[in-house]
Design a protein around this ligand. Structure first.
Ligand SMILES: [Ca+2]
Ligand SMILES: [Ca+2]
Ligand SMILES: [Ca+2]
Length: 445
């Protein structure tokens, strides 16, 4: 049973109270650990006194102390209870859920936490909040559907003028595609680029003889769901998910439950290269068009969108460019990687697709959010790579190239030139899908 921290912390609480009541200048001299114990004791006493504002105020102070460990679960319990009693039922749900998940035993406090959670869940204010959220979400979906319904199919687009840069889709529920121009670009990075790895060279010119189309967004959970339902597609068990600062092989994790919060509009993750292949094969059959993953060269061409900078159009990262490990991420996981983005992009896990600015080709989320599978077999550099923009079929074909970095990688990892590889059958909560579609028709440039 865990009605207080530990017997040690009870005696510490008494000490803490003494210190707390002593002159204010004593506080400034306390070590972070002693201050933590003192404030923890204050929370416990304030809870006993039913002084909910003081509980909440003190937990904010505790959060400001720099420590390697997350706050003890018991503090989440006190926070949830205080919020509930202070009339903030909806806000109480998260800390109570955190306590229930991390409690580690099912003692008296655990059952109290369950009861508080139920109370907060049934509260009219929570219901009101949920109803408002549902209305907002529906409005986003309606707006998106209205946009999609106005998209032409490719033939109509090709008849009506200059399709390069325009969007189309091949069926009502099909992913939105953008026509990229034929052309050439310089693939790879210069030695002076910060964060560069030796596998990003030798730099070479890659031509694309004809236009092709690229998915405007990463494939979303909703789009993948249509495939799974229609094809009755079955996937292997498990996925590597990121929890408590480590990768865990989670048997119960799936693309529907990848260990982070998601809606139909979030990018699908926990999909293997084979799953991505199955998706494009299904979409090709469904539409009668040739859909596939991008080659690595096509991916970098799409990501650069005419730019030779580290990130499309920029040599300095800013948080408008995409969803990477940023201040929000560091706060959530309690880590402080010095290469993380020193700004707040507002997402510590994947963001709904299209939440950030598009690049000059009108494509979203090439930098960060989720990694994207490409067709190519892995090789350590570009020697012996195809010179026509196609996919590499020599090298280690048990591994495929992934591009673009993700929500838990640094901005350097999301650079246009960065490369990485991952086993064909591996699924992680940081890798997803972007698709290409071949175009046979003559394009008006
Ligand atoms: Ca982020
Ligand atoms: Ca991405
Ligand atoms: Ca790399």
């Amino acid at each position: 049973m865990r009605t207080s921290f530990t017997s040690k912390s009870i005696s510490v609480s008494a000490l803490a109270l003494t210190l707390w009541l002593s002159p204010a200048n004593t506080h400034a001299q306390l070590s972070d650990e002693a201050r933590f114990d003192m404030l923890s004791g204050r929370v416990e006493l304030a809870d006993g006194d039913e002084d909910w504002p003081l509980v909440l105020e003190t937990i904010i102070e505790l959060n400001d102390i720099e420590r390697d460990e997350p706050l003890p679960p018991m503090l989440s319990f006190f926070e949830g209870k205080a919020l509930l009693r202070a009339g903030q039922a909806y806000a109480a749900l998260a800390p109570l859920a955190d306590y229930i998940e991390r409690a580690g035993s099912e003692g008296e406090v655990y059952h109290k936490a369950l009861a508080f959670y139920d109370e907060a869940d049934r509260d009219p204010a929570t219901r009101q909040h949920r109803a408002e959220e549902a209305v907002e979400q529906q409005a986003v979906i309606d707006r998106r559907n209205a946009e999609l319904n106005q998209l032409p199919d490719f033939e109509t687009l090709a008849e009506t003028g200059t399709p390069v840069g325009s969007s189309f889709h091949d069926c009502e529920d099909c992913p939105e595609m953008v026509v990229l121009p034929a052309g050439e670009f310089s693939m790879g990075s210069r030695r002076s680029e910060y964060g560069r790895d030796s596998d990003e060279g030798p730099v070479r010119t890659v031509p694309f003889a004809s236009s092709f189309a690229v998915g405007k967004y990463e494939i979303s959970v909703g789009e993948f769901e249509r495939f799974v339902d229609d094809a009755h597609y079955r996937m292997s068990e498990g996925c590597q998910t990121w929890a408590d600062n480590v990768w865990t092989d989670e048997r119960s994790a799936t693309w529907q439950d990848p260990g982070h919060i998601q809606t139909a509009n979030h990018p699908v993750t926990c999909v293997s290269w084979d799953d991505a292949q199955a998706y494009v094969d299904w979409l090709s059959g469904h539409t009668g068009e040739r859909y596939r993953l991008l080659s690595e060269a096509e991916w970098e061409y799409a990501a650069r969108a005419g730019s030779d900078h580290a990130w499309s159009g920029n040599n300095d990262w800013d948080c408008q460019l995409g969803n990477v490990a940023d201040d929000a991420f560091s706060d959530e996981v309690g880590s402080d990687n010095e290469d993380r983005a020193e700004c707040d992009d507002d997402h510590y896990s994947p963001a709904p697709v299209g939440s950030f600015a598009p690049n000059a080709f009108g494509l979203f989320d090439l930098h960060g959010n989720v990694w994207e599978w490409t067709l190519d077999c892995w090789a350590n550099d570009y020697r012996r790579a195809p010179d026509n923009g196609g996919a590499r079929r020599n090298g280690d074909c048990t591994r495929r190239v992934q591009r673009g970095g993700s929500w838990l990688d640094t901005p350097q990892v999301s650079r246009s030139a960065n490369r990485s590889s991952i086993g064909l059958t591996t699924k992680t909560s940081s890798i997803g899908i972007r698709i290409a579609r071949e175009i046979d028709e003559n394009i008006v440039e």
